[in-house]
Ligand binder design. Structure first.
Ligand code: LLP
Length: 431
């Protein structure tokens, strides 16, 4: 088993849904990646619709019989076409800013399908979300709760609220994306949360609807989810004994995916740990998956610019950079890279560094990565880039952001055009 996994390592197509070799070259569904490069250029993000729709449906199927809403975490990939595809399948959404709210309203998603998380909601954002009549505010501090109550009073309608409780669980994952421990900035400790629930028990302007607890991201074991669900269920019950009858239990997101040799629980295994502790509560479960829905559905297509050898090291310089995909630089994340053309079985594999053109050493995708020989002009695929890829891209080094493509069957369309030079300076003023 472990051996199979290692041999898969250089062939992410073998574990990435809906990418495969057709006539010796990689395709997304039935579209060749080379055809996309010919039309849209590189670097370009490519998403396969079948992969994320099937991930969404697997959540739905696994949750059959449990009252629930899947609230896709917009931050993972907020392209309007992706959001609309989720909306059409009936998804709800988790937002963390008024900008994300704006995106959802642009595609006609109504407020009752939106939950609002985040540790720093501004008064204006709260006001906008109240006006949009969202389903739930996941409140992260006493101060935020006061602002929420005052804004609700201003418009004369109680705010549907939950407290994001920090369940004090170490869930693993990279330190930058772990959130569920008491030393993190997120959520409210249970004693304080309990105090706030009771303080606003009969408040006119806070309508306690739920409790929430997102514990982190790229979590690859079920145990932390089980622990968090059990704790939240206990708090839910305690509040109910105090006469605060909640409806929603929001377990957050965080389910990890396989980038290289991780072995995360499947969607089904993950879902299976939840209802056990929750069924007895009679609550409506909210989930906020991002990465597990869209992460494996996307890749970043790039082209080899130069091959540079220096003191026995080989650098492959590609046209994608850390501004396009910052996860390796920011989290030390490993995104495998392979050629679009399937290497011959006899191809010699040697270790290379794959780097971008940006002027800093951190602009490096992989070190000592086994690669068959490639030439300038060859297309390469950077895998596992559907979540937190384009969404975290920037214009650093005055590089226009890449195009995004959505593939469906044998067709593809540009869902975001490549930025132009004019886009780079939009909004800037000389006087
Ligand atoms: N709900 C809340 C409140 C969150 O903060 C997040 C992610 C999610 C849901 C979705 O988590 P997911 O299912 O995608 O793990 N930029 C990092 C990930 C940051 C995650 C932030 N919060 C990365 O590239 O790995």
């Amino acid at each position: 088993m472990a051996k199979d996994k290692d041999s898969d390592l250089l062939n992410p197509a073998s574990y990435t849904p809906n990418f495969s070799y057709r006539r010796g070259a990689l395709s997304c569904e039935r579209v060749s990646l080379a055809a996309i490069a010919a039309r849209a250029g590189t670097p370009t993000y490519i998403y396969g619709r079948a992969a994320f729709t099937s991930a969404y449906r697997r959540f739905r199927r696994a949750l059959r019989g449990t009252p629930h809403s899947i609230c896709y975490a917009v931050k993972a990939n907020s392209n309007l076409a992706i959001l609309r595809a989720f909306a059409r399948m009936g998804s709800s959404f988790d937002i963390v800013s008024a900008g994300e709210l704006f995106r959802l309203r642009r595609i006609g998603v109504s407020g009752e399908r939106i939950v609002f998380s985040g540790v720093g909601k501004t008064r204006e954002e709260i006001r906008e979300a109240l006006r949009a009549r969202i389903l739930l505010f996941n409140v992260e501090s006493a101060e935020e709760l006061e602002i929420l109550a005052s804004e609700a009073a201003r418009i004369g309608r109680a705010a549907p609220a939950a407290i994001r409780v920090n369940p004090d669980i170490e869930a693993g994952g990279h330190p930058h994306i772990a959130t569920g421990h008491h030393r993190h900035k997120f959520g409210v400790d249970w004693p304080e949360a309990r105090r706030l629930y009771l303080l606003h028990k009969d408040s006119l302007w806070i309508d306690w609807k739920g409790i929430s607890g997102h514990i982190g991201s790229q979590i690859t074991r079920v145990a932390p989810f089980r622990a968090a669900a059990t704790r939240l269920a206990g708090y839910f019950r305690d509040l109910s004994n105090e006469g605060i009858a909640l409806r929603y239990l929001d377990i957050g997101g965080g389910l990890g995916i396989r980038y290289t040799n991780e072995n995360p629980p499947s969607i089904e295994e993950y879902v299976a740990v939840l209802p056990k502790s929750l069924r007895a509560l009679g609550c409506h479960l909210l989930l906020e998956p991002g990465r597990a829905l869209i992460g494996q559905a996307g890749v970043l297509l790039t082209r080899v610019l130069y091959i540079k050898s220096s003191r026995g090291k080989t650098f492959i310089v590609v046209d994608a950079a850390m501004n396009d995909l910052i996860r390796p630089a920011l989290y030390g994340a490993t995104h495998p890279i392979t050629p679009v053309n399937r290497p011959r079985a006899s191809a010699k594999i040697s270790p290379v560094d794959i780097v971008g053109p940006i002027c800093e050493s951190g602009d490096s995708f992989l070190h000592d990565w086994p690669m068959p020989e490639v030439q300038p002009g060859d297309l390469l695929v950077i895998w596992g880039a559907g979540a937190y890829g384009f969404a975290e891209s920037s214009n650093y080094n005055s590089r226009p952001r890449s195009a995004e493509i959505l593939v469906q069957g044998s067709r593809f369309r540009i869902i975001r055009r490549r930025e132009t030079r004019e886009d780079l300076i939009r909004g800037e003023r000389l006087s």
